[in-house]
Write a protein that binds this ligand. Structure first.
Ligand code: BGC
Length: 251
Protein backbone atom coordinates (compact mmCIF):
# COMPACT_ATOMS: atom_id res chain seq x y z
CA UNK A 1 0.00 0.00 0.00
CA UNK A 2 1.17 3.57 -0.62
CA UNK A 3 0.45 6.21 2.01
CA UNK A 4 1.53 9.81 2.48
CA UNK A 5 3.61 9.94 5.66
CA UNK A 6 4.17 13.29 7.36
CA UNK A 7 6.44 14.24 10.23
CA UNK A 8 5.33 17.44 11.93
CA UNK A 9 8.31 18.90 13.77
CA UNK A 10 9.14 22.05 15.67
CA UNK A 11 11.11 23.47 12.74
CA UNK A 12 9.97 21.58 9.65
CA UNK A 13 6.98 19.64 8.34
CA UNK A 14 8.24 16.84 6.11
CA UNK A 15 6.32 14.43 3.93
CA UNK A 16 6.81 11.69 1.36
CA UNK A 17 4.80 8.87 -0.11
CA UNK A 18 5.79 5.61 1.53
CA UNK A 19 5.52 2.04 0.31
CA UNK A 20 4.31 0.43 3.53
CA UNK A 21 5.35 -3.09 2.51
CA UNK A 22 9.03 -2.11 2.29
CA UNK A 23 9.24 1.09 4.35
CA UNK A 24 10.82 2.85 1.37
CA UNK A 25 10.00 6.37 0.26
CA UNK A 26 8.63 6.27 -3.27
CA UNK A 27 8.98 10.03 -3.76
CA UNK A 28 11.50 12.68 -2.76
CA UNK A 29 10.90 14.09 0.69
CA UNK A 30 9.23 17.52 0.67
CA UNK A 31 9.95 19.87 3.57
CA UNK A 32 8.06 23.05 4.46
CA UNK A 33 9.22 25.22 7.38
CA UNK A 34 6.90 24.95 10.39
CA UNK A 35 4.85 28.17 10.50
CA UNK A 36 5.52 30.41 13.49
CA UNK A 37 3.43 30.52 15.55
CA UNK A 38 2.55 26.89 14.82
CA UNK A 39 -1.18 27.29 15.38
CA UNK A 40 -3.66 24.57 14.43
CA UNK A 41 -4.89 26.44 11.34
CA UNK A 42 -1.37 27.33 10.17
CA UNK A 43 -0.17 23.72 10.52
CA UNK A 44 -3.34 22.41 8.82
CA UNK A 45 -2.62 24.80 5.95
CA UNK A 46 0.91 23.41 5.51
CA UNK A 47 -0.50 19.88 5.48
CA UNK A 48 -2.91 20.90 2.74
CA UNK A 49 0.09 22.28 0.80
CA UNK A 50 1.93 18.97 1.16
CA UNK A 51 -1.11 17.01 0.01
CA UNK A 52 -1.36 19.37 -2.98
CA UNK A 53 2.35 18.99 -3.75
CA UNK A 54 1.97 15.19 -4.00
CA UNK A 55 -1.46 15.41 -5.77
CA UNK A 56 -2.54 13.05 -3.00
CA UNK A 57 -6.05 11.84 -2.24
CA UNK A 58 -5.43 8.72 -0.12
CA UNK A 59 -4.85 8.24 3.61
CA UNK A 60 -2.32 10.41 5.43
CA UNK A 61 -0.35 9.41 8.55
CA UNK A 62 1.00 12.24 10.66
CA UNK A 63 3.60 12.06 13.40
CA UNK A 64 2.73 14.94 15.72
CA UNK A 65 5.07 16.39 18.39
CA UNK A 66 2.75 15.90 21.37
CA UNK A 67 0.84 13.22 23.23
CA UNK A 68 -2.00 12.24 20.88
CA UNK A 69 -4.86 10.44 22.54
CA UNK A 70 -7.40 8.95 20.10
CA UNK A 71 -6.76 11.69 17.55
CA UNK A 72 -6.77 14.54 20.08
CA UNK A 73 -3.57 16.50 20.94
CA UNK A 74 -3.09 16.56 24.71
CA UNK A 75 0.19 18.44 25.18
CA UNK A 76 2.05 21.16 23.26
CA UNK A 77 5.67 21.60 24.30
CA UNK A 78 7.06 22.76 20.95
CA UNK A 79 3.96 23.86 19.09
CA UNK A 80 1.19 26.34 19.82
CA UNK A 81 -0.69 25.67 23.09
CA UNK A 82 -3.85 26.20 21.02
CA UNK A 83 -3.42 22.55 19.97
CA UNK A 84 -4.21 21.25 23.45
CA UNK A 85 -7.58 19.52 23.26
CA UNK A 86 -7.80 19.91 19.46
CA UNK A 87 -9.18 16.96 17.50
CA UNK A 88 -6.31 16.95 15.02
CA UNK A 89 -7.53 13.86 13.13
CA UNK A 90 -10.66 15.85 12.32
CA UNK A 91 -8.97 19.22 11.74
CA UNK A 92 -6.31 17.85 9.38
CA UNK A 93 -8.79 15.60 7.55
CA UNK A 94 -11.05 18.59 6.89
CA UNK A 95 -8.15 20.79 5.76
CA UNK A 96 -6.73 18.21 3.34
CA UNK A 97 -9.85 16.36 2.21
CA UNK A 98 -8.00 13.13 3.03
CA UNK A 99 -8.35 10.75 5.98
CA UNK A 100 -5.61 11.86 8.40
CA UNK A 101 -4.43 9.68 11.28
CA UNK A 102 -2.20 11.25 13.92
CA UNK A 103 0.11 9.69 16.45
CA UNK A 104 2.97 10.95 18.57
CA UNK A 105 6.04 11.60 16.38
CA UNK A 106 8.40 9.42 18.44
CA UNK A 107 5.85 6.59 18.43
CA UNK A 108 5.83 6.90 14.64
CA UNK A 109 9.62 6.74 14.43
CA UNK A 110 9.60 3.72 16.72
CA UNK A 111 7.08 1.86 14.56
CA UNK A 112 9.32 2.25 11.51
CA UNK A 113 12.48 1.20 13.32
CA UNK A 114 10.85 -1.85 14.91
CA UNK A 115 9.36 -3.02 11.61
CA UNK A 116 12.17 -2.28 9.16
CA UNK A 117 15.12 -0.77 11.01
CA UNK A 118 17.44 -1.22 13.98
CA UNK A 119 14.72 -2.77 16.16
CA UNK A 120 13.54 -5.41 13.68
CA UNK A 121 13.35 -8.77 15.44
CA UNK A 122 14.49 -7.26 18.73
CA UNK A 123 12.88 -8.73 21.85
CA UNK A 124 13.02 -7.37 25.39
CA UNK A 125 12.79 -3.65 26.13
CA UNK A 126 13.67 -1.15 23.43
CA UNK A 127 13.68 2.60 24.02
CA UNK A 128 13.82 4.91 21.02
CA UNK A 129 14.68 8.56 21.59
CA UNK A 130 14.27 11.21 18.91
CA UNK A 131 16.68 14.10 19.36
CA UNK A 132 15.36 17.28 17.81
CA UNK A 133 13.58 20.40 19.03
CA UNK A 134 12.47 18.26 21.98
CA UNK A 135 13.36 14.76 23.14
CA UNK A 136 10.74 12.27 22.01
CA UNK A 137 10.55 8.79 23.47
CA UNK A 138 8.87 5.47 22.76
CA UNK A 139 9.13 2.19 24.64
CA UNK A 140 8.61 -1.32 23.27
CA UNK A 141 8.48 -4.57 25.13
CA UNK A 142 8.82 -7.65 22.92
CA UNK A 143 7.85 -5.45 19.98
CA UNK A 144 4.71 -3.99 21.55
CA UNK A 145 4.49 -0.22 21.68
CA UNK A 146 3.52 1.74 24.79
CA UNK A 147 2.07 4.98 23.32
CA UNK A 148 2.64 8.55 24.45
CA UNK A 149 5.53 8.13 26.87
CA UNK A 150 6.58 11.74 27.42
CA UNK A 151 9.97 10.93 28.91
CA UNK A 152 11.70 13.97 27.42
CA UNK A 153 9.84 15.82 30.17
CA UNK A 154 11.31 13.73 32.97
CA UNK A 155 13.24 15.79 35.53
CA UNK A 156 16.89 14.87 35.89
CA UNK A 157 18.87 14.93 39.15
CA UNK A 158 20.04 18.46 38.27
CA UNK A 159 16.42 19.67 38.50
CA UNK A 160 16.07 20.25 34.74
CA UNK A 161 13.72 18.52 32.35
CA UNK A 162 15.60 16.14 30.04
CA UNK A 163 14.64 18.03 26.88
CA UNK A 164 15.53 21.42 28.40
CA UNK A 165 19.03 20.08 29.11
CA UNK A 166 19.96 17.77 26.25
CA UNK A 167 17.80 18.30 23.14
CA UNK A 168 19.36 19.25 19.81
CA UNK A 169 17.67 22.67 20.09
CA UNK A 170 19.52 23.24 23.39
CA UNK A 171 22.81 22.18 21.78
CA UNK A 172 22.29 24.82 19.09
CA UNK A 173 20.92 27.54 21.41
CA UNK A 174 23.78 27.18 23.89
CA UNK A 175 26.32 26.61 21.13
CA UNK A 176 27.56 23.42 22.78
CA UNK A 177 30.25 21.33 21.09
CA UNK A 178 29.40 17.67 20.38
CA UNK A 179 31.58 16.59 23.31
CA UNK A 180 29.86 18.71 25.97
CA UNK A 181 26.42 18.10 24.53
CA UNK A 182 27.26 14.36 24.36
CA UNK A 183 28.12 14.39 28.06
CA UNK A 184 24.75 15.97 28.81
CA UNK A 185 22.94 13.47 26.64
CA UNK A 186 24.78 10.65 28.38
CA UNK A 187 23.38 11.91 31.71
CA UNK A 188 19.91 11.73 30.21
CA UNK A 189 20.58 8.20 28.93
CA UNK A 190 21.93 7.11 32.32
CA UNK A 191 18.70 8.34 33.95
CA UNK A 192 16.63 6.40 31.42
CA UNK A 193 18.74 3.30 31.95
CA UNK A 194 18.35 3.49 35.73
CA UNK A 195 14.56 3.70 35.40
CA UNK A 196 13.70 1.41 32.48
CA UNK A 197 16.67 -0.93 31.93
CA UNK A 198 16.28 -1.15 28.16
CA UNK A 199 18.21 -3.81 26.23
CA UNK A 200 18.63 -1.47 23.31
CA UNK A 201 18.36 2.30 22.85
CA UNK A 202 17.84 3.58 19.31
CA UNK A 203 18.54 7.23 18.57
CA UNK A 204 16.50 9.03 15.93
CA UNK A 205 15.81 12.64 14.97
CA UNK A 206 18.17 15.17 13.43
CA UNK A 207 21.12 14.57 15.79
CA UNK A 208 21.16 10.82 15.08
CA UNK A 209 22.94 11.62 11.81
CA UNK A 210 25.85 12.93 13.91
CA UNK A 211 26.12 9.86 16.16
CA UNK A 212 29.83 9.43 15.39
CA UNK A 213 30.50 12.87 16.88
CA UNK A 214 29.12 12.05 20.34
CA UNK A 215 29.32 8.25 20.53
CA UNK A 216 32.50 8.41 22.63
CA UNK A 217 30.65 10.26 25.41
CA UNK A 218 28.12 7.47 25.89
CA UNK A 219 29.03 5.24 28.81
CA UNK A 220 25.85 3.35 29.72
CA UNK A 221 25.53 -0.45 29.67
CA UNK A 222 22.64 -0.76 27.20
CA UNK A 223 23.48 -0.95 23.51
CA UNK A 224 22.98 2.43 21.85
CA UNK A 225 22.64 2.61 18.07
CA UNK A 226 21.50 5.28 15.60
CA UNK A 227 18.20 4.65 13.85
CA UNK A 228 18.51 2.88 10.51
CA UNK A 229 16.14 5.47 9.03
CA UNK A 230 17.95 8.34 10.79
CA UNK A 231 15.44 11.18 10.77
CA UNK A 232 13.12 9.66 8.12
CA UNK A 233 11.70 7.14 10.56
CA UNK A 234 8.86 9.50 11.52
CA UNK A 235 7.55 9.73 7.95
CA UNK A 236 7.69 5.97 7.42
CA UNK A 237 6.16 5.13 10.79
CA UNK A 238 3.32 7.62 10.33
CA UNK A 239 2.44 5.87 7.07
CA UNK A 240 2.52 2.47 8.82
CA UNK A 241 0.18 3.80 11.50
CA UNK A 242 -2.30 5.12 8.93
CA UNK A 243 -2.23 1.75 7.18
CA UNK A 244 -2.95 0.00 10.48
CA UNK A 245 -5.88 2.32 11.15
CA UNK A 246 -7.28 1.87 7.64
CA UNK A 247 -7.01 -1.91 7.96
CA UNK A 248 -8.69 -1.84 11.38
CA UNK A 249 -11.54 0.16 9.86
CA UNK A 250 -11.84 -2.43 7.07
CA UNK A 251 -10.79 -0.07 4.23
C1 BGC B 1 6.85 16.39 23.15
C2 BGC B 1 6.71 14.96 22.67
C3 BGC B 1 7.44 14.79 21.36
C4 BGC B 1 8.87 15.28 21.46
C5 BGC B 1 9.59 15.21 20.13
C6 BGC B 1 8.31 16.75 23.19
O1 BGC B 1 8.43 18.08 23.62
O2 BGC B 1 6.27 16.55 24.41
O3 BGC B 1 5.37 14.61 22.51
O4 BGC B 1 7.42 13.43 20.99
O5 BGC B 1 8.90 16.61 21.93
O6 BGC B 1 8.99 16.01 19.18
Amino acid sequence: MQILGVDIGGSGIKGAIVDTSTGRLVTERQRIATPQPATPDAVADVLAQLVGHFHWSGPVGCGFPAAVHHGVARTAANISPAFIGADIDKLFSQATDCSCFNLNDADAAGMAEMRFGEGAGQTGVVLLITIGTGLGTVLFTDGRLLPNTELGHLYLANGQKGEHFASDAVRKAEDLGWKSWGQRFNQYLATMEGLFWPDLIILGGGASKKFAKFEAQISIDAQVRPAAFLNQAGIVGAALFAEQRCQAAGH
